[in-house]
Ligand binder design. Structure first.
Ligand code: FMN
Length: 464
């Protein structure tokens, strides 16, 4: 599980807690990313010692719910996708500190929290419950799912300006133990509180509802996965649970059907030929109705199968045929691809598009879509190549398919290139669209009739 730990720390206590939480994540086998929030403007950053006037100013700002531009260390931390977000919130007056609120009310928070589980760890002297409630409300407003919250308090009182004294004593990170020979109370989180941070995080990790995994846990499904979660070049992230790609859905078990129904799928676009659909009809839940779109066609799949069966066929020959097929598919499948762009642009979601292996016709559709959404090219290829994970099962499906059962009698090395998801395949599609249309956008416009407005609508539907 990927965990983002986001904190602001003035006297170092939230930083200490976040370090302990990161250790708990590692111990639980999760992957933590620590991210420090700070005011973007150097001039407004709090410096030690803090005067009484400044303390008053900032506590009032926190109480009023003020926000200011913030930045992050490391700056790239928020561009990834996380399964869980841990928010460390200091209490200023009875409110979250200004930097933490500023983050929570930013577009960055919406991007990172949308649909994700989050927990709140309040680090303060008192009033932690109010702070948990405030952060919970802000996190939920940003699209997150609150899972737990707790306060980790340290001793201190309000007499004089404790904050001022503390901030002064803590300068350079070295707490003073005495002032004018008088022993001072220990400042900061106790060892007990720090250990409790570890326990709290371990509990959250054990109980956090896992976001639906990219690859759906289906027994009879094939290569069914969410295309969401990828970062975009302009700092966005593709929404999860909106568009899925898949291979055949002809062997879904009852349990699989229940799982897919729980995803709320409204539309299935089946790219398969008439023959494929007749021999392997989609098994879909009787109780959860969907709009099933198909089209009347027989495509090049048959030609590839015929080529494999021809005497003298070789693996090199088949690989070359695959590269050629990837140049032709954007045209042969244009009607199907047009349909999914149209549906997505009008918000006809959640939608699944699929073929048999969920690799070629589906793989190109996914790549085109991710391209429009501005997902970096390497990530698009990563998503395409993910089909390799289903290679064994794909081979089994081919050998048991009534349309290609003769494969079982052939040397597998001849037809295996058909079952691969090699980056050269999808790259040959990109190269073709580049040379013939000046790029993916040109192809979408010239061949699919997808206008700039439609592309913008697709982005609005799918980018958070
Ligand atoms: C401007 C300011 C105001 C604060 N006001 C309060 C307060 O009203 N109540 C409280 O419990 N702590 C208050 N604190 C202490 C913070 O909660 C403290 O920063 C936290 O306990 C430790 O977090 P840190 O060391 O990571 O900054 C204040 C701190 C600052 C800087």
């Amino acid at each position: 599980m990927k965990v983002l730990l986001i904190y602001y720390s003035f006297t170092g206590q939230a930083a200490l807690a976040a370090e302990r939480a990161a250790q708990a994540c590692r111990e639980a086998g999760s992957e933590p990313t620590l991210c420090r929030v700070e005011f973007a403007d150097e001039l407004v950053r709090l410096r030690r010692p803090l005067s009484t006037r400044e303390v008053k100013h900032w506590t009032a700002a926190a109480a009023k719910g003020q926000t200011l531009p913030v930045c992050y260390d490391p700056p790239a931390a928020l561009r990834s996708e996380y399964d869980l977000v841990l928010i460390f919130s200091n209490t200023w007056q009875s409110s979250p500190s200004v930097p933490i609120r500023s983050f929570l009310q930013s577009a960055d928070a919406r991007r990172v929290l949308d649909g994700k589980a989050f927990a709140v760890l309040v680090i303060c002297r008192r009033l932690w419950k109010e702070n948990v409630s405030a952060v919970r409300a802000l996190g939920e407003a940003a699209g997150g799912q609150f899972v737990a919250g707790e306060g980790f308090t340290h001793p201190g009182n309000r007499i004089g300006s404790l904050v001022q004294t503390v901030s002064y004593l803590m300068r350079d990170g070295m707490p003073w133990r005495h002032l004018l020979g008088i022993p001072l109370p220990n400042y900061g989180l106790s060892q007990k509180a720090i250990s409790r941070v570890g326990e709290f995080v371990t509990g959250v990790l054990a109980n956090a509802p896992c976001n639906p995994p990219r690859v759906a846990p289906l027994e009879g499904g094939h290569n069914f996965r969410d295309i969401g979660g990828y970062p975009t070049e302009d700092g966005g992230s593709i929404r999860r649970g909106r568009v899925f790609r898949s291979g055949t859905m002809a062997q879904l078990t009852d349990e699989d059907q229940r799982y897919l129904a729980s995803l709320g799928i409204k539309v299935i676009c089946d790219f398969r030929t008439n023959r494929e659909r007749e021999s392997r009809p989609t098994r879909w839940s009787q109780t959860h109705t969907v709009d099933l779109w198909t089209r009347d066609h027989e495509g090049s799949v048959g030609e590839l199968i015929a080529a494999v069966n021809r005497p003298g066929a070789t693996a090199v020959d088949m690989r070359n045929r695959m590269i050629t097929a990837y140049r032709d598919l954007p045209y042969e499948q244009a009607d199907s691809y047009r349909e999914i762009f149209k549906r997505i642009a009008t918000g006809d979601l959640p939608l699944v598009f699929h073929c048999s292996a969920g690799k070629d016709r589906t793989g190109i559709a996914a790549a085109l879509l991710l391209w429009v959404l501005k997902v970096p090219r390497e990530k698009i290829i990563e998503d395409y190549v993910l089909t390799e994970r289903f290679f064994e099962r794909g081979c089994h499906l081919v050998m048991t398919d009534p349309n290609s059962h003769r494969f079982a009698r052939l040397d597998p090395s001849i037809w295996e290139p058909m079952m691969r998801a090699e980056r050269e395949y999808i790259e040959s599609t990109f190269e073709t669209l580049m040379s013939r249309h000046g790029g993916v956008e040109g192809y979408l416009k010239d061949v699919l009739g997808v206008s700039d407005e439609m592309r913008a609508a697709v982005r609005r539907e799918l980018v958070a």
